[in-house]
Design a protein around this ligand. Structure first.
Ligand SMILES: [Zn+2]
Length: 71
């Protein structure tokens, strides 16, 4: 599967906690997708998604949940 960094950027992935850009990568061992916050102080992470779309939806829900708690 070819990676397309331009397309990835268009998705607008952002960490639910710190709004850092979050890369989504494919784990070749388990053939699942994961997102992981690049900031060491944050360490928000999600994994085990069967597609980029599912990972994105999970990230979106995570974000909503987090903002509901803290607003
Ligand atoms: Zn973060």
């Amino acid at each position: 599967m070819a990676r397309d960094p331009v397309a990835d950027r268009r998705w607008g992935w952002q960490c639910p906690r710190c709004d850092a850009d979050v890369p989504v990568t494919r784990d070749p061992d388990s053939e699942t997708f994961r997102w992981e916050c690049p900031r060491e102080a944050c360490l928000a992470v999600g994994f085990g998604f069967s597609s980029r779309r599912r990972a994105r939806l999970a990230l979106h829900r995570y974000r909503e949940r987090y903002q509901n708690v803290y607003r």
